[in-house]
Design a protein around this ligand. Structure first.
Ligand code: FES
Length: 359
């Protein structure tokens, strides 16, 4: 509400102009007041120090476009030219004194006072309005020549170089040497024991693997021997027993039984003196009979079968006579026996000339 009631100088002047045309004669004091004030303010206003407007007043006065002092004076002069000469003089004497009084007697109102007067609605005089306008007027651009010389800025103090402080010498703390801990005897023994166990286990494992390898090798060799038998291990089927003169008549030679399984006999068979080779295998179950020189017979120890000197069975379970091998006189005059061929008496094979050698 206080700001609405506050009137600016322009508004006041506009109101004065509006009313000046109509009632210039009735209210000469109101119209001529700015002129008188302008004349007097040129003398009196500078004498009084105008208080600096407060920020609140300045902000409120800067709200709209306000005419400057020169405009106000120009408008006053124009009004002055229009007014009549006599009326202007009369008006300028009386109201001037009246206008000077309040201005001279009263101190220059401060902007808050003008605001208070506007609030209360009291009509202010021209001096107070001008003072308020000056106080609220913004300073225009000032030429460099008119501008007060500003104090030269103080040169900035250059930053002083920071002096490097010498680092205090470090004191190396010499720690006392730690005493060497003696090696634990128990730990050393444990390590030795563990090493021995490791070596023993390693050796045992190595021995086990070695034995396994050897066993595998032997098994492989035996398997190869089984798959490929050596047939040449048997004694040869032909062998020589010497000349027939070495076998006298009626003599049974037993020295070839163990090596060749043959009896060489110089005997009589069916009226013929012959040298023949008897097989030392019993015809019952395969046992080896024995020659009994006193009894002049072959006796089987197994079941008691008996055979004569010519090989014919005569007792015991033997079902047939002993068998003969092939015999011949070799190129060198020796008797050669061939076991690959056999001759059986029950089959009449003893009559084969390959089964005997005549003497
Ligand atoms: Fe010679 Fe039985 S095997 S009698």
């Amino acid at each position: 509400m206080a700001e609405k009631k506050k009137m600016t100088v322009a508004e006041i002047l506009a109101a004065a102009r509006a009313t000046g045309g109509q009632d210039s004669a009735a209210k000469p004091a109101a119209l001529k007041e700015p002129e008188a004030v302008a004349e007097q303010s040129a003398v009196e206003v500078p004498a009084k120090p105008v208080p600096k407007p407060k920020p609140a007043a300045a902000s409120s006065a800067a709200g709209g476009a306000r005419p400057g002092v020169a405009d106000i004076l120009a408008m006053a002069r124009a009004k002055k030219a229009e007014a009549a000469g006599t009326a202007a003089q009369a008006v300028s004497e009386k109201p001037a004194a009246a206008a000077v009084k309040p201005v001279a007697s009263k101190p220059a109102p401060k902007s808050p006072a003008a605001v208070g007067a506007a609030k209360t609605g009291v009509q202010r005089d021209t001096a107070s309005i001008l003072a308020a306008a000056r106080a609220a007027a913004k300073p225009g651009p000032v030429a460099k020549a008119d501008a007060p010389s500003r104090p030269a800025p103080k040169p900035r103090e250059t930053a002083k170089p920071i002096e490097e402080k010498a680092a205090p010498p470090r004191t190396v703390a010499t720690l006392p040497a730690k005493p060497v801990k003696p090696a634990k005897k128990g730990a050393a023994d444990g390590e030795d024991r563990r090493g021995f166990l490791q070596i023993a286990m390693g050796s045992a494992m190595a021995m086990g693997f070695t034995a396994l390898s050897v066993t595998g090798g032997l098994f492989t060799l035996g398997l190869a021997r089984f798959l490929f038998p050596n047939v040449l291990a048997e004694p040869p089927s032909k062998f020589k027993v010497g000349s027939k003169d070495g076998f006298p008549a009626g003599k049974v030679e037993t020295k070839f039984v163990a090596q060749y399984g043959v009896w060489v006999v110089n005997g009589d068979f069916q009226g013929l003196q012959q040298v023949y080779a008897l097989k030392t295998v019993c015809t019952h179950l395969g046992c080896t009979p024995s020659w009994l020189e006193a009894e002049q017979k072959f006796k089987c120890p197994c079941h008691g079968s008996g055979f004569y000197k010519d090989g014919v069975n005569f007792e015991g379970p033997a079902p047939r006579p002993l068998e003969r091998y092939a015999i011949r006189v070799a190129d060198d005059g020796q008797l050669e026996i061939d076991k690959s061929k056999s001759f059986q008496e029950e089959l009449g094979q003893w009559a084969d000339p390959d089964s005997f050698v005549t003497v």
